[in-house]
Design a protein around this ligand. Structure first.
Ligand code: ADP
Ligand code: MG
Length: 315
């Protein structure tokens, strides 16, 4: 099967998006964003052996396809934008049609959940599998949420629950079958829920936002540096899932929650008191922005030293 046939079979979808003037099949895609909107563009690469385990099964190929899109949607969400189009650059070590069909299924599933059209890409052969997805979206002019506008006195919030994905990544190295809570955690690694609707709802209500890909502590740190401020955070307020509580002791839960990557929740700051749920997603206040730089951690009112657990990424 040649490249043209592969693309037709696995990547072309009947295209109804009015914004796609010309999709897959020409030298370039022609897209029509709504007049006057700002274009928001993001890209992310997943490398075999670095961002996901080598020689993954068909089941995990489906999850990989899903995840490659979801991590980009998460970046779009953190900007407050609406995703519309994506491009896929795929490097494969061999053409394994079964693997590819699972991969494509996961990829399209994540895209269709958010009305995103695959409008082009590239396929190459290489030494290891590399998946690059670029997502483009748009937002009202000047409204994109940046990392750089948090102010002292703002409350710091995080969506959903943190630490699950890093715990799942660790657990999946064990032998199946997995007990229920472990399945939940493993799924949270492979199928992160990009907080797209939440991100759109935050526009105009928050001062700054970032998505949690490297861990809450690390990513909040990036937001604070960009805004030239610091933070107090309350470790006893970290939102920890029932599954994580069922699987690890309290110290480990906290390490995963603070330092575990790959959750793809949103962390944001606001001068407003926000409700406990926005767009159906739980939102938890975990601290406050301070004028003094650096992050100070508290546990039930007492200052505690920060210990980097290293529960972050694959490898
Ligand atoms: P060119 O030689 O002009 O770069 P290609 O033959 O590589 O074009 O690709 C043909 C068409 O298929 C282009 O529209 C390209 O964007 C699209 N395409 C190639 N690979 C993929 C892919 N993995 N997913 C989606 N579209 C793809
Ligand atoms: Mg060309």
């Amino acid at each position: 099967m040649d490249e043209f046939e592969l693309i037709q079979k696995y990547f072309v979808r009947p295209d109804h998006a009015a914004s796609v003037i010309t999709g897959i099949g020409d030298d370039g895609a022609v897209l029509r964003p709504p007049m006057g909107k700002d274009l928001v563009t993001v890209i992310d690469t997943l490398v075999e052996g670095v961002h996901f385990p080598s020689k993954i099964s068909d089941v995990n190929a489906e999850r990989l396809g899903y995840r490659a899109v979801a991590v980009n949607l998460s970046d779009i969400a953190a900007m407050g934008a609406e995703p519309r189009w994506m491009m896929l650059a795929l490097t494969l070590t061999e053409v394994d049609e079964s693997w590819l069909s699972f991969f494509a299924r996961g990829l399209h599933a994540a895209a269709e959940e958010h009305g995103v059209a695959l409008v082009g890409g590239d396929i190459t052969k290489g030494e290891s599998v590399v998946v690059t997805v670029q997502v483009n979206g748009y937002i009202d002019p000047g409204r994109a949420i940046l990392r750089s506008a948090a102010r002292a006195g703002d409350t710091i919030y995080v969506s959903g629950e943190v630490g699950d994905a890093a715990a799942g990544l660790l657990l999946q190295k064990n032998e199946p079958p997995f007990p229920e809570p472990h399945c939940y955690l493993i799924d949270r690694y492979w199928r992160p829920t990009a907080r797209v609707a939440l991100g759109c709802s935050l526009v105009g209500r928050v001062s700054a936002a970032i998505d949690v890909s490297d861990g809450l502590y690390a990513d909040l740190g990036k937001l604070l540096i960009a805004s030239r401020v610091g933070a107090k955070i309350n470790l006893d307020r970290l939102p920890i899932s029932i599954a994580l509580k069922a699987s690890f002791d309290e110290e480990q839960q906290r390490s995963f929650g603070l330092c575990g990557g790959d959750d793809y929740e949103l962390c944001f700051t606001s001068s407003e008191q926000l409700p406990d749920q926005i767009s159906g997603v739980p939102v938890t206040a975990i601290g406050e922005v301070t004028a003094e730089t650096g992050i100070v951690c508290y546990d039930n009112g007492d200052v505690v030293p920060f210990v980097d657990s290293g529960y972050r990424h694959f490898q």
